[in-house]
Design a protein around this ligand. Structure first.
Ligand code: FES
Length: 307
C-alpha cells in the first residue's frame, strides 16, 4: 500500500465538534493531484484508517485539507484526530480517490449538503469558481455552521433548528438537460434526496455517503469458491461469508477503509463470477469489470479475482 508522508501544519476548530487539518509534505513538495470531490484515507498509528473528503482548493497542490467531525460513538479514529494529533506531527495518507466527481457535461450544479457533508462541495465549488462554473450549494445545518469562513460564495444556508427542513424538490427544481444534482450528508438526507430525484434522467443525480448505510444479510447469498487468479489460491466460502477477510487469508492484498462499500478503497478486478454488488460507489459500467471487496458476494458457484 502506498502511503504519503504528511505533516500537520494547521489544526483549528472550525464549527461544532469539527477540527480542520492542513496536511503538507514534510519538505513542502507538491502532493499528488486531487480532483474536486476527492477524498483521502488518514492512517493514524493505531491502524484505524478513516476516509475524509478533501475540502481545500484543488489548485493548491501543496496541501490536503480535511475537516474531522468528532464522533464520540465512532470507532475512535476521529477522537484520536481531535485529541492526540498535534501540529508538527506526521501522519500517513493515501493517494486521493474520487468517487464523487463533478459531472463533466453539466451546465449547472445543485449541491445539497447536510452538516459536515458540506466538505466535498468545498473543493468542487472552488474548482467551479475558478472555471466560471454555475452552481449553488444548499447547506442544511442545525444551529452553528460547519466550517464557517470556508463556505463558498453561492451558498444558501438552511438552519433546521430554526425552521423545518425545506422540501428538497423545491431546492432542486425540475430536472433539465445539463442540470446535475449532488447530495452528501446523513443517511436520512440521502434517502430524501434519492426520493426527490427518483424520476430524474439516469446519471444526473449523485450521492456520496460518509457513513456506510446498513447492509442487511443478502437472502440471495450462496456458498461459492473464491479463487485468486495470480497465485492460484482458493477457498470455499459459506453463504454470506465476507469476502475481504477471505481474500486476505489467501494472501491477497487489498486496501480497505470504510469497509461499508462507500469509499472505493477496496476495488478489485473480477475475472469470473458474476459478483453480487452491494457497494454505493461503482457505476454500472464499472461493475462489469470491478467489484468492491468489502461488501461484494458472488451470484454463481465461482468468483475469480485478478489478484
Ligand atoms: S473499503 Fe471502502 S468501499 Fe470497500
Amino acid at each position: 500500500m502506498r502511503l504519503i508522508r504528511t505533516v500537520v501544519r494547521e489544526a483549528v476548530a472550525a464549527g461544532p465538534g469539527i477540527r480542520r487539518l492542513v496536511l503538507m509534505d514534510p519538505e513542502g513538495w507538491p502532493l499528488p493531484r486531487q480532483k474536486p470531490g476527492a477524498h483521502i484515507d488518514l492512517h493514524p498509528p493505531d491502524g484505524l484508517v478513516r476516509a475524509y473528503s478533501l475540502c481545500g482548493d484543488p489548485a493548491q497542490q501543496d496541501r490536503y485539507v480535511v475537516a474531522v467531525k468528532r464522533e464520540e460513538a465512532g470507532r475512535g479514529g476521529s477522537l484520536w484526530l481531535h485529541d492526540a494529533l498535534e501540529v508538527g506531527a506526521e501522519i500517513g495518507v493515501s493517494l486521493p480517490r474520487c468517487t464523487f466527481p463533478l459531472a463533466p457535461d453539466a451546465t449547472r450544479h445543485v449541491f445539497i449538503a447536510g452538516g459536515i457533508g458540506v466538505t466535498p462541495f468545498l473543493s468542487m465549488a472552488a474548482a467551479l469558481e475558478r472555471a466560471g462554473g454555475n452552481y449553488v450549494l444548499h447547506l442544511l445545518h442545525r444551529g452553528a455552521l460547519p466550517l464557517p469562513g470556508h463556505l463558498p460564495r453561492h451558498a444558501v444556508l438552511h438552519d433546521t433548528s430554526a425552521a423545518p427542513r425545506p422540501a428538497l424538490a423545491d431546492l432542486l427544481g425540475a430536472p433539465a438537460p445539463g442540470l446535475h444534482a449532488y447530495c452528501c450528508g446523513p443517511n436520512g438526507l440521502i434517502e430524501a434526496f434519492e426520493a426527490a430525484t427518483r424520476d430524474w434522467p439516469s446519471g444526473q443525480a449523485h450521492v456520496e455517503h460518509f457513513v456506510p448505510p446498513p447492509l442487511p444479510p443478502d437472502p440471495e447469498a450462496r456458498p461459492f469458491t473464491l479463487v485468486l487468479a495470480r497465485s492460484g489460491a482458493s477457498a470455499e466460502l459459506p453463504a454470506g461469508a465476507p469476502l475481504l477477510p477471505a481474500i486476505k487469508a489467501l494472501g491477497g492484498e487489498v486496501e480497505a477503509s470504510c469497509e461499508g462499500g462507500i469509499c472505493g478503497a477496496c476495488k478489485v478486478r473480477w475475472l469470473e463470477g458474476p459478483p453480487l454488488h452491494r457497494d454505493r460507489v461503482l457505476q454500472p459500467e464499472a461493475r462489469r469489470e470491478y467489484l468492491m471487496a468489502c461488501v461484494a458476494g458472488c451470484a454463481g458457484p465461482r468468483l475469480v479475482l485478478d489478484l
